[in-house]
Design a protein around this ligand. Structure first.
Ligand code: PDD
Length: 293
């Protein structure tokens, strides 16, 4: 089955799905995106992703290509046409197409919209969660507006590549004061020796992850104390547990950071529990995409 992408109003097989050479997303990373989980054919946490997308667009003064409800319809249609039961759907909005010039085009041009989806075998994530993942650290060399979900991800790309070349799954960015900010495509968490979950506040220096917000709710409902404060790399190395969160991975326990064992070196029980609880607290879209065999 050929994969189908939505590009500026049309559903096209991938080999025909293309954007203009002067799209500002391509030329300047003048573009924002969202990645949503698809579980059992349903879109997860749609409203929260749409709210964050609206914020990213407004921070960059990019016009919204559609109302949130219409975007949701496109997301579900791409999920349906690609028969994705479990996986992710990706949405990107660019400032549009214009002759290359750094300032915003005048007059304004219509924003571009691309949506793709792909299946991910849930057994893969489950196995990774059982085994736990390795993380390496790298200096945080990003700009200070990482709260906006832009496609300007080169430092994140290089960090993830460093992780993979080191045999790790994720790279944690560490700021100049020795505090962990977040992962290259995930938020970062520790469980202290006295059982408090710690994750960096989302006002500054990190992306306000949708999964992060749901995990805070899930932890609080379980009676686990959560502190939103920066934590240092040395605090992480001494932690009982550590884990990452993102829409593409949900919760993944960490067993080593820079080769140092975290806790007893096994996937932690609290991280594992939060992974199990996640979908009780997540929101599901109103309608189920077409059933998938
Ligand atoms: N990444 N931090 C960064 C830098 C991210 O890129 C992401 C998501 C997160 C977690 O956000 P959320 O829980 O809303 O997925 C944190 C997506 C999955 C990606 O770029 O593929």
């Amino acid at each position: 089955m050929s994969r189908i992408a939505y590009v500026n109003g049309r559903y096209l097989p991938h080999r025909q799905a293309a954007i203009h050479v002067e799209d500002r997303g391509l030329q300047f990373a003048d573009s924002v995106y969202e990645v949503c989980e698809v579980k059992d054919g349903r879109l997860v946490d749609e409203d929260r992703h749409m709210a964050r997308l609206a914020r990213s667009l407004s921070e960059l003064r990019i016009a919204s290509p559609r109302k949130p409800a219409a975007l949701g319809t496109i997301l579900r249609e791409v999920i349906r046409r690609n028969r994705v039961a479990n996986g992710i759907v990706y949405l990107q909005v660019t400032r549009g197409v214009a002759p290359r010039g750094h300032a915003f085009p005048t007059p304004a041009v219509p924003p571009g919209l691309v949506v793709t989806a792909r299946s991910i075998d849930p057994a893969e994530g489950a196995a990774r969660a059982r085994a736990g993942i390795a993380v390496v650290t790298t200096p945080d060399n990003r700009w200070d507006r990482v709260d906006i979900k832009t496609v300007g991800l080169l430092p994140n790309v290089l960090a993830k590549q460093k992780a993979h070349e080191s045999g790790a799954f994720e790279a944690w960015f560490v700021d100049e004061n020795g505090f962990v900010t977040e992962g290259s495509s995930t938020n970062a968490w520790i469980l202290t020796s006295d059982g408090i979950l710690v994750t960096r506040p989302a006002e500054h220096g990190i992306l306000r992850g949708i999964t992060r917000g749901v995990v805070i709710e899930a932890a609080e409902a379980e009676g686990i104390a959560v502190e939103e404060r920066p934590f240092s790399l040395s605090e992480a190395l001494a932690a009982k547990e550590a884990f990452i969160t993102a829409s593409s991975t949900i919760v993944l326990p960490i067993v080593t950071v820079d080769g140092h064992r975290i806790g007893d070196g096994k996937a932690g029980p609290i991280a594992t529990r939060l992974r199990e609880l996640y979908h009780r607290h997540a929101q599901y879209g109103p309608c189920r995409a077409t059933a998938v065999a």
